[in-house]
Ligand binder design. Structure first.
Ligand code: CUA
Length: 306
C-alpha cells in the first residue's frame, strides 16, 4: 500500500482539512462577491435593472471548477476509505461485544476484560458485535467508529502511536444506561502489554482463580443501573440485598420474598419474573451472557455489600 499517512488520524484529518479548506475558500469567495456586488450595483448607481443574456466563459468556469473540486473530494475520501478498510496482515485481533450497557473485549489467548488494552505501534483489528440492541463503538482520539449490530460482525482497525489512556464511547442511543457505556483504551508500551497479556491469558486458561465478582459487576455494566451505596438508580441499590426481604411483583401480584441465592440467580437470568416493586422491568436478561461461574461470583460479591 502506498500512502503518505502514518496512521488513521492523519488520514481522516487530512480529508477533513481538505474539505474544510475548500469550504472556507468558497465561503469567503461567495460572501465576498456578494458583498462586492451589493455595493457595486446598488440602486442609487444602477436604478434600472439590465438583462444579461449569458457568458460562455463564465459558465465553463463555474462548471469545470466545481466538477474538479467534487472529483478531488471524492478521490481523497476514497483513498482514506480504502485505507480504513484495509487491515494490515499482522494486526492483533480483539473481539468486541457490546451489551446493555457495557463493552467486553476478548483476546485470542483467552484474556478478556472491560477495558481495551493494546500495545503501542502495533495495528489492532476490532471485530465488533452486539448481544442485544444496536450500539456503536467510537474512539474519537483514533478517529474510528463502527456500529455493533446483533447477529453480524463489523470491523475496524487502528494503530496507536502514543501510549496513554483514551476514551471509548457508545455512540448509538441504546436505552437507559447508554451514557454509562463508556470505558478506556489503554495504549501500553510493548513490554508492559506483553506482561499483562501473558498473565491475563494464563489466568483464564489455568482456571486457578475463578471470576472476580466485583470486576464483573463493573465490567458487565451492572453498576450502570445499580448502586452499591444505598442510592437508587435506574434499578434498586444492591447494598445489603443478599438475605434481605424485598417486595416484588410476580405477574403483576405483589409478594414479599427473601433475596436468597436462588432469587438473585433468577433475577440475573430472568429479571422480569420477579421485579422489585417501584422499578420498571428494563433489565436485560443475562441468560447466555453470564456463565454459571460468573453468576456465582457476582452473588458472592453481592453478599459483601453491607
Ligand atoms: Cu450502547 Cu449506547
Amino acid at each position: 500500500m502506498t500512502h503518505g499517512w502514518t496512521n488513521l488520524s492523519s488520514s481522516v484529518d487530512s480529508v477533513f482539512l481538505f474539505i474544510m479548506g475548500i469550504s472556507l475558500v468558497l465561503l469567503v469567495g461567495v460572501t465576498g462577491t456578494m458583498l462586492f456586488f451589493t455595493v457595486k450595483y446598488r440602486r442609487s448607481k444602477h436604478p434600472r435593472a439590465e438583462n444579461i443574456e449569458g457568458n460562455l466563459a463564465l459558465e465553463i468556469v463555474w462548471t469545470v471548477i466545481p466538477t474538479l473540486l467534487v472529483l478531488a473530494t471524492f478521490w481523497v475520501g476514497w483513498k482514506g476509505f480504502v485505507y480504513m478498510r484495509t487491515v494490515p496482515q499482522d494486526a492483533m485481533l480483539v473481539k468486541v461485544t457490546g451489551s446493555m450497557w457495557s463493552w467486553h473485549f476478548a483476546y485470542e489467548n483467552g484474556a478478556a476484560g472491560g477495558v481495551l488494552k493494546v500495545p503501542v505501534n502495533k495495528p489492532v483489528k476490532l471485530v465488533i458485535t452486539s448481544t442485544d440492541v444496536l450500539h456503536s463503538l467510537s474512539i474519537p482520539a483514533f478517529r474510528v467508529k463502527e456500529d455493533a449490530v446483533p447477529g453480524r460482525e463489523n470491523y475496524l482497525w487502528f494503530q496507536p502511536d502514543v501510549p496513554g489512556s483514551y476514551d471509548l464511547f457508545c455512540t448509538e442511543y441504546c436505552g437507559m444506561g447508554h451514557s454509562a457505556m463508556i470505558t478506556k483504551v489503554e495504549v501500553m508500551p510493548e513490554q508492559d502489554f506483553q506482561a499483562w497479556y501473558r498473565e491475563a491469558g494464563g489466568k483464564t486458561a489455568g482456571g486457578r482463580s475463578g471470576p472476580d465478582g466485583a470486576k464483573l459487576f463493573a465490567e458487565k455494566g451492572c453498576s450502570a443501573c445499580h448502586s452499591i451505596d444505598g442510592s437508587p438508580k435506574a434499578g434498586p441499590t444492591l447494598k445489603g440485598i443478599s438475605g434481605h426481604r424485598v417486595t416484588v411483583l410476580t405477574n403483576g401480584k405483589e409478594r414479599e420474598i427473601t433475596a436468597d441465592d436462588a432469587y438473585l440467580r433468577k433475577s440475573l437470568l430472568d429479571p422480569a419474573a420477579d421485579i422489585v416493586k417501584g422499578f420498571p422491568p428494563i433489565m436485560p436478561p443475562q441468560k447466555g451472557i453470564l456463565t454459571d461461574a460468573e453468576i456465582a461470583a457476582i452473588i458472592e460479591y453481592l453478599k459483601t455489600l453491607h
